[in-house]
Write a protein that binds this ligand. Sequence first.
Ligand code: DWN
Length: 421
Amino acid sequence: MFTPHTTCRACGYGPPANAHYFKSETSKDKLESILNLGSLPLANSFPRGLDPRPGHYPLELLACPKCHLGQLSVVVDPVTLYSNYLYVTSTSQTLEDHILLLHEWLRGLGSFKSVVEIGSNDGRVLQIMRRLGAEFVLGIDPAKNLAKKATEDGIQTIDGMFDRDSVGRASDILSPVGADLILARHVFCHVDNWKEFLRNAALLSHGTTMLCIEAPWAHDTIQKVEWDQIYHEHLSYFTLRALDFAVKGTGWKLYAVRRFAIHGGALAVVLVPDLSDIRLPNNSVEEYMELERCAPGNWKGFALQAVSQQNNLKQMINELLENHQKIAGYGATAKSTTWANVLKLNRSQIYGFYDSTSLKQYTTVPGTDIPVIPEGGFYVDNPDVAIIWAWNFAEEIIRKNVKWTSQGGRFILPVPTPKFV
Ligand code: DWN
């Protein structure tokens, strides 16, 4: 199930999705089509065995001519996307290091003993937050399978979408004070109704609550041609400017911003209750707003570079196959589902995608016949070349496979330009 998306979710530009919209040919006043990737399967719908193959949905990036927010042309039903979710917050050192950095930055902005995480996945981040001193942690996540596991692992987790129901359940647990810190890492851009999300978060807050939203930053996505981050979960491609439009009337105001390197470049934005007369701690909000004003993002140029990048990797693969090289993928990521389907890869070309996530192992890459193989099999199967689909963890992956590279194995980094590393 999906619905068309025709009005910018940040600034409201563009017509409503009605019969007239679909009849009118003129592109006047519409969101602008940037990159149409066709009809693709859901990035994390890895089928196992004889499971029914996942459905395909339109995957097209649009951009708002007014506020430049990148956004998909359709919204897939979130229950379909997330109720049984196979992506697990990676237990990588890279992520651990990032959370320590984020925690240190947040502690510099305010004190917090109670932490609620929206989109808490398997509870990994809340485990780290508790280890760093949080006295009370609570997760909210729609993936029933992950919420159950997190709770069993000691992280109380409400299984549900972030809506009035889960907010009511969280309020009962948090009452009477509310949360000191509300964390929303890589979930805000999965949300269709931003204002509703922000208003729901306000219901969990008190006078000095900090709401921290972290999301891949469109500035990095465009600069580093991270087009493989386009998949159905990512409804929006985040800018501070777009958030500034959306925050009005939701009970929040922008407080501080910082860019982090995680996931190819992400912005962490802290918001505080709009009523608080709290002074801004620094000029970071204005600095990033100015940076985005100066470089609003050339989406059209990004699309051209994305197509060029796709063709380059396809050519590299063909040349390697002509030289009888055994090619694999490292990391069965949501990003690699986009690559595999756009390049129409199959197992006659790619031996398999190796991954550490048990939920994905022995499944098939959505839309293809390529198997997902346990990471431990990488040395057994010993491919000649491996494309690092989890390029956001490339340093860590290369470091832990130095034995393979020292024996002649070669890694390819697919972004910003496919190349051997
Ligand atoms: O927004 C999202 C981001 C945060 O995570 C979600 N919508 C979906 C997901 O996207 P992704 O699958 O592209 O994320 P990652 O974090 O790039 O996925 C890494 C994958 O690589 C995991 O399946 C684990 C695997 N991996 C591995 O097999 N060996 C990762 C490392 C570091 C490794 O050493």
